[in-house]
Write a protein that binds this ligand. Structure first.
Ligand SMILES: NC(=O)c1ccc[n+]([C@@H]2O[C@H](COP(=O)([O-])OP(=O)(O)OC[C@H]3O[C@@H](n4cnc5c(N)ncnc54)[C@H](O)[C@@H]3O)[C@@H](O)[C@H]2O)c1
Length: 436
C-alpha cells in the first residue's frame, strides 16, 4: 500500500520504519527540511533502537520517499497518517494548530489530485477534534465530502519512546474511531498479521481512550510514588510492598475498581485512607493525590445529588442502600449520604434493599444509619414494584433486571442508573448514568 505520513516525529518515523519493513511504500511529509534530508539519505531523524536499519533498508528498496511538499506527498497515496505534534500551550490547553494545518494542506492537495486516501489522525487529540476540526478542514479545502468521497478515522498510537518499535510490533491494542461503520476497514487490514485486541469505537470514544490511558499511567506513577514516600517514612521498603501489590492480578492489577460509577464507601476504604493521611500528616509527608481522593469522592456525591435535584422530583425511589449488594453494611455507604441529602431537600424517598432489615441491624452499623436516617423503617419498601409511584428512580445496586427498568421508563419514570444494569444501552429517553 502507498502510505503518506504527515509529521516525521517520534510517532511518524516509527510508523514509517515499521510500514516499510512490512513491504509498504511510505512517503514522509514534514516542513522540517533537515528531517526530510535525513530521510532521503535513509537516515532516521530520531534516535530509536532498530529504526535506522529499517529506514536504510526502506531507502535501499526504493519504497521510501520524503518531501516537505504536502501535495507531492499525496500523489498516488492510498492512506494518510497524520502524526503531527499536539503540544501544550502556556495555559495547558492542547494546541491543535498543526493538526488543523495538516488537515487543510491535505484537503487542498486532494482537491486537485485523483487520490482518495483513507485519512487517519494519529496525534493525541481531545474528543471532538476529528469531527469538529479535521473533517471540516478537509471538506472546506478539498470540496469533497467525508463519508461520500473520503473516509477519516481516528487511530491513537500507544508506543513508548525507547521501545517504540517493539511496541508498534506488539501493540497493547489497536483502536480505531469511525464516523461511519466500516470506515477503518483498510486500516485494520494493514494490521492483519499484528497481534493485539481490536476495538472499533466512535471518533470521540477513540480520542478519549488515549487520554484515559495517559491519565491512568500518570496516576499509577504518582500512586506508587506516594505509597513509596509513606512506606519509607514508616521504615518499610515500598519495593517489596509493590511486588506483592502487583502480584495480585485479581483485585489490584485488574479491571476491578476501574469501572466509572459512583463514590467508594463502606467500612474500610474511607477509614483506612483517613488513617494513612493522618499518619502522613504526623510525619510531615505530603501525599497530595491521596489527600485529594477523599474530596474527589465527596464531590461525586455532590454532583450526583445536584443532578437529581435538577429534575425537581417530589418522590424518588432508590434500589440499594447498603454500600454494596448482598450485605446490610451501611457504614459510610454513599447511598445513605445521598438518601439523607434528598430527604433534607424535602423529597419523599422510598428505598428497596432486600439485604437491609432494620430489626436485625446491630452495633455501629445500626448507630450510624439511625443517625443519618432515623426513620429507616418508614423509608424501606418490601418489593421493587412499590417504587413505581416515584417520578425518578436511582439504581445503586444491579439487583433489578433490564426489563424492570424498561417498564419504569415506559411508564415515564426517569431512571438514574449508577449500577449500569446489563442489557440496556444509553439511548432510552429518561435513562441516564453517572458517567454516560
Ligand atoms: N512521542 C510519543 O511517544 C507519542 C506516543 C503516542 C502518541 N503521541 C502523540 O503523537 C503526536 C506526535 O507526537 P511526536 O512525539 O511524534 O511529535 P514530534 O513533535 O516529535 O513530531 C511532530 C512532527 O510534526 C511535524 N509537523 C508539524 N506540522 C506539520 C504539517 N503541517 N505537516 C507535516 N508535518 C508537520 C513537525 O515538524 C514534527 O517533525 C502527538 O500528538 C503526541 O502526543 C506521541
Amino acid at each position: 500500500m502507498n502510505i503518506s505520513i504527515f509529521g516525521m516525529g517520534y510517532v511518524g518515523v516509527v510508523g514509517a520504519g515499521c510500514l516499510l519493513r512490512d513491504g509498504h511504500r511510505v512517503t514522509g511529509v514534514d516542513p522540517a527540511a533537515l528531517k526530510i534530508e535525513a530521510l532521503l539519505q535513509g537516515d532516521s531523524p530520531i534516535n530509536e533502537p532498530g529504526l535506522s536499519e529499517m529506514l536504510a533498508a526502506g531507502k535501499a528498496s526504493g519504497r521510501l520517499r520524503a518531501t516537505t511538499d504536502p501535495r507531492e506527498g499525496l500523489v498516488g497515496c492510498e492512506m494518510v497518517w497524520i502524526c503531527v505534534g499536539t503540544p501544550s500551550r502556556p495555559d495547558g490547553s492542547l494546541s491543535r494548530d498543526a493538526v488543523e494545518a495538516a488537515a487543510r494542506q491535505i484537503g487542498t492537495a486532494l482537491g486537485d489530485l485523483k487520490a482518495r486516501p483513507l485519512i487517519a489522525l494519529r496525534s493525541t487529540s481531545l474528543p471532538g477534534t476529528t469531527r469538529q476540526c479535521v473533517i471540516p478542514a478537509i471538506e472546506q479545502t478539498s470540496g469533497l465530502r467525508v463519508g461520500r468521497d473520503l473516509r477519516v478515522v481516528f487511530h491513537p498510537e500507544f508506543l513508548r519512546e525507547g521501545s517504540a518499535v517493539p511496541d508498534f510490533d506488539d501493540p497493547p491494542k489497536i483502536v480505531v474511531g469511525e464516523a461511519h461503520a466500516g470506515d477503518a476497514d483498510p486500516l485494520l487490514e494493514l494490521y492483519a498479521r499484528y497481534p493485539g485486541l481490536r476495538f472499533r469505537l466512535s471518533l470521540e470514544e477513540a480520542e478519549m481512550v488515549k487520554f484515559c490511558d495517559n491519565l491512568f499511567h500518570a496516576v499509577k506513577v504518582t500512586f506508587a510514588n506516594e505509597v513509596g514516600l509513606l512506606a519509607k517514612s514508616l521504615g518499610v521498603d515500598a519495593r517489596r510492598v509493590a511486588n506483592v501489590f502487583c502480584a495480585d492480578t485479581k483485585l489490584n492489577i485488574s479491571a476491578k475498581y476501574l469501572r466509572p460509577g459512583f463514590s467508594f464507601g463502606g467500612s474500610c476504604l474511607p477509614k483506612d485512607l483517613r488513617a494513612i493521611l493522618r499518619e502522613a500528616a504526623l510525619r510531615s509527608v505530603r501525599v497530595p493525590m491521596l489527600e485529594a481522593t477523599l474530596s474527589s469522592n465527596a464531590q461525586q456525591i455532590d454532583a450526583f445529588v445536584a443532578r437529581v435535584l435538577a429534575h425537581r422530583p417530589r418522590a424518588v425511589g432508590m434500589v440499594g442502600l447498603a454500600f454494596k449488594p448482598d450485605t446490610d453494611d451501611m457504614r459510610e455507604s454513599p447511598y445513605v449520604t445521598v438518601a439523607k441529602r434528598l430527604i433534607g431537600e424535602g423529597i419523599k424517598l422510598r428505598i428497596y434493599d432486600p439485604g437491609v432489615r432494620p430489626a436485625e441491624l446491630i452495633g455501629r452499623n445500626r448507630e450510624l444509619v439511625q443517625a443519618a436516617l432515623g426513620h429507616l423503617e418508614e423509608l424501606l419498601v418490601p418489593t421493587v414494584e412499590e417504587l413505581r409511584s416515584c417520578e425518578l428512580i436511582i439504581i445503586n445496586h444491579a439487583t433489578v433486571s433490564a426489563s424492570v427498568v424498561r417498564s419504569w421508563l415506559g411508564a415515564g419514570i426517569r431512571v438514574m442508573d449508577i449500577a449500569s444494569i446489563p442489557g440496556l444501552d444509553r439511548t432510552p429517553p429518561g435513562y441516564e448514568g453517572v458517567a454516560w
